[in-house]
Design a protein around this ligand. Sequence first.
Ligand code: NOJ
Ligand code: CA
Length: 716
Amino acid sequence: MKYPSTSRPLSFRSLGRHLLLLGACLLSGLANAEEIQSPNKQLTLDFTLQADGVPTYSLTYKGRPVIKTSKLGLELKNAPALTSGFTVAGSKQSTFDETWQPVWGETKNIRNNYNELAVTLNQAATSRTVIVHFRVFNDGLGFRYEFPRQPKLDYFTIKEEKSEFALAGDHKAFWLPGDYDTQEYSTVTSNLSQVRGLMKEATTPNASQTPFSATGVQTPLMLKSKDGLYINIHEAALIDYSAMHLELDDKNFVLTSHLTPDAVGDKGLIQTPAVSPWRTVIVSDKAGDILESKLVLNLNEPTKFKDVSWIKPVKYVGVWWEMITGKSTWSYTNQENIKLDSIDYSKVKPNGTHAANTAHVKEYIDFAAKHGFDGVLVEGWNIGWEDWFGKHKDYVFDFVTPYPDFNVPELQQYAASKNVKIIMHHETSGAIRNYERHLDSAFQFMNKYGYTAVKTGYVGDIVPLGHHHYDQWVNNHYQYVLEKAAEHKIMVNGHEAVRPTGLARTFPNLIGNEAARGTEYEAFGGNNADHTTILPFTRLIGGPMDYTPGIFQTKVSAYNPSNTSFVHTTLARQLALYVTMYSPLQMAADLPETYNKHLDAFQFIKDVAVDWDDSKVLEAEPGDYITIARKAKGKSSWFVGSTCDEQGRTSKINFSFLDPGKKYTATIYADGKNAHYEKNPQAYAIRKMTVTNKTKLSQLCAPGGGYAISIMEAGK
Ligand code: NOJ
Ligand code: CA
């Protein structure tokens, strides 16, 4: 899990410029201050070594401060800090420009174009060397620490990373409480100065949670300055390192990195040569640019997978929402205190509510086949669910033994005969050592029965106890699972795992993650009506989310009378989410019986693509609204999604993204008259119109509503 050398191949196009810059640098000697700009010159990065040998950087965008002078460095355990006493031992500038094609993605081509400054810092008193790499793109900055192999820094323990992000003011922030174990909080929108006062209320209960400070927040952190700069802070390529949070100094508006500790409080065990993840700052004066940024992906390594033909975007239904709402159960019996190795399931009484039974799963397979879905997720198929939650048990699941009413070979044959794949589910209950113990047999089982994708889950505290969901050791577990899965040609969708950091570029079998508050919370009390106008600016900056949209029956009590939760969106907005919440893995999460009542609206979910040649943000403001148009991969059809907050609004778009001279048929799935996410969520209206690239549209979005449009080339 070590990174290769950080030197990058140069494209021919950029070679000349590279040599020029290098020459300029050599002539200038070793400077304590150096500056580089983005390729379009709108961003400027300054590196300065202060008088006491403290490395600092700052960033401007169009001459406006984004990050003011901010310190760099790390504190080590039982060793002098790597924060001061440095001299510049060398520096190198280079430039890079390539266009690459993701295995799946929002666009067919991604341009990776940056100028890089690498500063070699020498701490004479300790004979240690650290290299700081800065990459300046047109859409932001990435920087990382490189620790070359060296006698005085061969193996060390991080006490804390001290990378600062000094902001230029009391920005508006879209934040989650910093927490070592959960990301499943509602986003709070407030000024930075208000974080402390709101922290307690924001820290809502979760199955595993470890908040760490009154001013600690998570990344990706979305910010907006008073003068209209949009700034996003996150990290890229989180490998063999602990996840970063941000500790806020709420007087000076300085954010400082705060790493997740392991079971003994250490924040990283590093053997050189090694690199840290990239720290990322995306910036623009247009909100839509933040959504279109590919900076986090670009800071990850290209994939080394030779064969990617087995990695395919997936649209799926599942035996899932009925358990989440409480209509059915994952477990086969109502027994409690079950020891997995001592129970004979064939002798216990079934509870009659177990959804993952052969006959019922066949109904889902039939539904999937009839409507063209690729997969059926089945949760609760394997033994152990009676006693999995909240007990810190090591051995809960074996991942290979079905309940007596779930016939694996029969269902696989049935699914195969209908050209549908069953999606595997591995809930680990956070017992990661137990999962690793069973991983080989679990993946062999999947290969044997033709499963090609697994949804993993890490509900509850990590076992062994003391570890945290986002510490280095546990991040290495997720990485191990991902790489092992790739050996078995298995795609992974990790729930409760660490937030993504663009790793899917390198490991494109990481087809999805949860790592935020998903649709499931609509059945656990609800998500805020503005939730999905924020997530694309925060959580999705790191990679796609398995948000599981498509809930048409917004009253949960329709499935479980004792559950009074409701979905905080209109039905039309549920459709929009397939476009605004980008993911190559999209679920139609509601029950077939409900879709059968709304087949006209369901048509959009059937038609919408999950992989794209192009994506354009048409309108966006974090917390208020997002409208995106995407072109289906290898096709001429486009899909538009628009989502707005509880205020409602009129969306005004034009169709200039369409090919000139062509005629298209647009089907608009909009909020109906008087639609409202709480009072009248199911009112929708569908209309058709002919559109060209000259067409303009003014479309009302209800409070908590939105719209979706499918646009098919006429005659195709
Ligand atoms: C939490 C996951 O987010 C959810 O999708 C899953 O059904 C449950 N855990 C059970 O594994
Ligand atoms: Ca979850």
